[in-house]
Design a protein around this ligand. Structure first.
Ligand SMILES: Cc1ncc(COP(=O)(O)O)c(C=O)c1O
Length: 291
């Protein structure tokens, strides 16, 4: 079966899909994106992803290319045409195509691309064993709360992690405090069992999974503290984990040369991950593919 992409109003073969060389996303990384999981044919936390997409666009003063209902319709069609039951949908919107010049172009419609891919999350063995992180300086700009396609520092950090056979890079500011990871939010569990993650601000991306896990933790009666923590505190924590649309809640058993806890996934993250799967199973949103 051929993969299908949506590009500016048309469904085209993925291998032929293209945007213009003067698309501002290509030339200035002047655009935003979203990634939504599809679980058993349903989008996960769909409203949260559309809310964040609208906010990212608003912050960059890029017009919505269509209504939210329109976005829903196209996303559903891309998922359906690619027969994705478990996977992700990727949505990218840029300020459009215009002769290269820094100021915003006038009367230029935004460009929109959507693709869908099969496969969601790592193999169960990965979470069962836990993953390692490397620490890396956070060299990103001051608006990390906007989900822009401008991901070069994230790419460099993730590459450093891959080269050291680590799952993720945990990003650390000049003050020694952790912001998040290259493509996920960072969490620790303190000795007395509190979950700690950095509060929302311009310093981190407000993860949709982060928000969902806070709600699930609350429902479990766990204490959640939204505060900053240092790399040293993370290395000495009882448990560490990362969260994202495709990793859910992923246990961490090592940061650099420091073993976390007893070197195995902790009980709190293991339980929280199970609750996240319960949430995925209980999803009652619209069915985009299958029955
Ligand atoms: C920098 C960064 N932080 C956090 C996240 C997690 O966000 P979400 O849970 O919405 O996938 C991502 C996801 O791509 C990310 O790129």
């Amino acid at each position: 079966m051929s993969r299908i992409a949506y590009v500016n109003g048309q469904y085209v073969l993925h291998r032929d899909a293209a945007v213009h060389i003067e698309d501002r996303g290509y030339q200035f990384s002047d655009g935003i994106y979203e990634v939504t999981a599809i679980y058993k044919g349903r989008p996960v936390d769909n409203d949260g992803h559309w809310d964040r997409l609208e906010r990212s666009l608003r912050e960059l003063r890029i017009d919505m290319p269509m209504t939210r209902g329109g976005l829903d319709l196209v996303a559903r069609e891309v998922v359906r045409r690619n027969r994705v039951r478990n996977g992700i949908i990727y949505i990218q919107i840029t300020r459009g195509v215009s002769p290269r010049n820094h100021p915003f172009p006038k009367d230029t419609p935004p460009s929109i691309v959507m693709t869908a891919r099969h496969g969601l999350g790592s193999k169960p063995e990965v979470a069962a064993k836990g993953v390692s992180l490397i620490s890396h300086p956070d060299i990103r700009w001051g608006r990390r709360d906007i989900k822009t396609v401008s991901l070069l520092p994230n790419v460099l950090a993730k590459q450093a992690a891959y080269e050291q056979h680590a799952y993720e890079a945990i990003l650390v500011g000049p003050d020694g405090m952790v912001s998040e990871c290259s493509s996920s939010n960072a969490w620790i569990v303190t000795k007395d069992g509190a979950l700690v993650t950095r509060p929302l601000s311009n310093d981190i991306l407000g993860g949709i999974t982060r928000k969902r896990l806070i709600d699930l933790a609350d429902a479990e009666g766990l204490r959640v503290e939204e505060r900053s923590f240092s790399l040293d505190e993370a290395k000495a924590a009882r448990e560490v984990f990362v969260s994202s649309t495709s990793s859910f809640a992923m246990p961490v058993v090592r940061i650099d040369d420091s073993v976390i806890g007893n070197g195995h996934p902790g009980s709190i993250v293991t339980n929280l991950r199970a609750r996240y799967f319960d949430f995925l199973e209980s999803a009652s949103g619209p069915l985009w593919y299958g029955h």
